[in-house]
Ligand binder design. Structure first.
Ligand code: NAG
Ligand code: NAG
Ligand code: NAG
Ligand code: NAG
Length: 381
């Protein structure tokens, strides 16, 4: 690593440390947990590391397997919707794992976990029917659980599953679907949608628990209404954001936090960390310079008013220095943006990730589990 980059990272981290984190330690960044911990990943494009590359006949907009995605770190497009690594890649490195492989990639080994996330996915399949919905991701996990038992035996498979961390980032696509399709929804209809979202998300977490999951790392829903693609498609100027979706997402995040907390008292051995993706990303959008960025309104790659549409599809423009931008395309942070988010979720104080930060969650001993009866994944339509 070049000296100038080290200095910059050091300054940035020191700055963030003074601003947000009471007890950050730079040495922590190369530390590894006491034991092997696998990661199972669920959700949308924030986590997808290439699953959609393997879905036949899918629209080009759900894939990022073309230039200039991946240009900075991998130097080829992997299917990640950014120029380099994702939050989950940085977390994998922190715990000493290789990047967690996409479920659909041929020949993968589940020992370090599996990435089930699919760009465009929502809690409800309606959000984007072509991609792998959260429910389908759950049945794919069930398939992996079965092959684990075949390959390493029941006991080892249960141990691996109970010690693993289950990370989820989902919901933004559902709210995009809702605001696009129900522009005139009443308050009551909005609240009903939020309640169904939170109810179905909580059911998903419970079903994972019933399959042996114990430790959950959950990103709440980001501020989609302030992201360049939403502002561009709704023709918003100045500081305007799509307030309807922001209000719905705020309600969602607060109800989801409550529902997950309640699970803790009902489900024995259930442990979780909720990372406040919404608040941090919104703060980064509003105060880019505080995080080392010059630009948070315009994306690095795309076209249109905020350069926020269709990165990689002609006609588009690509910025010279993605390092200066918070967003790579209209919806997704650049690698430096993801790195800061990963560092904050990993080491942040309770206002950022609670009741544990991700580092503490990974370090928790998980209580041994007894699965008294074989749990069946419900059949979805
Ligand atoms: C591929 O998608 C197009 C457009 O959605 C559809 O008309 C066509 O039938 C699909 N082909 C296959 C093989 O599924
Ligand atoms: C998966 O990886 C682990 C650790 O590297 C190894 O011990 C195991 O044999 C691998 N399993 C398969 C099926 O390749
Ligand atoms: C929403 O309301 C506006 C203005 O009242 C109307 O023009 C529009 O057609 C409505 N949209 C839908 C999808 O009902
Ligand atoms: C899940 O969403 C559906 C609507 O799609 C709703 O009918 C159902 O009640 C929701 N489940 C929960 C537990 O909220």
């Amino acid at each position: 690593m070049a000296a100038s980059k080290l200095t910059f990272n050091f300054l940035l981290l020191s700055f963030l440390a003074s601003l947000l984190i009471p007890e950050i330690s730079l040495c922590d960044h190369s530390r590894q947990p006491k034991r092997h911990v696998a990661m199972f990943l669920f959700g949308d494009s924030i986590f997808d590391a290439g699953n959609n590359n393997y879905i036949n006949n899918i629209s080009v907009f759900y894939r990022a397997n073309y230039w200039p995605y991946g240009e900075t770190f991998f130097h080829f497009p992997t299917g990640r919707f950014t120029n380099g690594r994702l939050i989950v890649d940085f977390i994998a490195t922190k715990i000493g794992l290789p990047f967690v492989p996409p479920y659909l990639q041929p020949g993968i080994n589940f020992t370090n976990g599996v990435n089930f996330a699919s760009a465009g996915a929502g809690v409800f399949p309606l959000a984007n029917p072509e991609v792998i919905s959260l429910r389908m991701q759950l049945s794919n996990f069930k398939n992996v659980a079965i092959s684990m038992e075949e390959q390493i035996g029941d006991k080892e498979a249960k141990k691996l599953r109970s010690q693993a961390v289950y990370a989820t980032c989902v919901g933004a696509n559902d709210y995009t679907y809702f605001v696009d399709n129900y522009p005139n929804a009443t308050q009551l209809e909005q609240d009903e949608f939020v309640n169904n979202m939170v109810g179905n998300l909580t059911d998903f977490v419970k079903e994972l628990y019933n399959l042996g999951a114990r430790k959950f790392a959950i990103l709440n829903v980001g501020p989609r209404g302030c992201q360049p693609a939403a502002r561009q498609s709704e023709d918003l100027r100045g500081d305007e954001c799509d307030e309807v979706s922001l209000e719905m997402i705020k309600k969602h995040n607060s109800a989801a936090s409550k529902a997950i907390k309640e699970l803790e008292s009902k489900l024995s051995g259930f442990k979780y960390s909720i990372a406040d993706f919404y608040t941090i990303l919104l703060d980064m959008i509003k105060h880019p310079k505080d995080y080392g960025f010059k630009e948070s309104r315009y994306s690095c790659c795309g076209h249109g008013m905020y350069n926020a549409a269709h990165c990689g599809i002609e006609p588009y423009t690509l910025c010279k220095n993605p390092r200066e931008y918070l967003f790579f395309d209209g919806w997704h942070p650049t690698e430096p943006g993801y790195r800061i988010l990963a560092d904050l979720f990993w080491n942040g104080k309770p206002s950022i990730a609670a009741p544990y930060n991700f580092r503490q969650l990974f370090d928790l001993e998980s209580t041994p589990i007894i699965l008294s009866e074989e749990y069946e994944v419900p059949h979805y339509e």
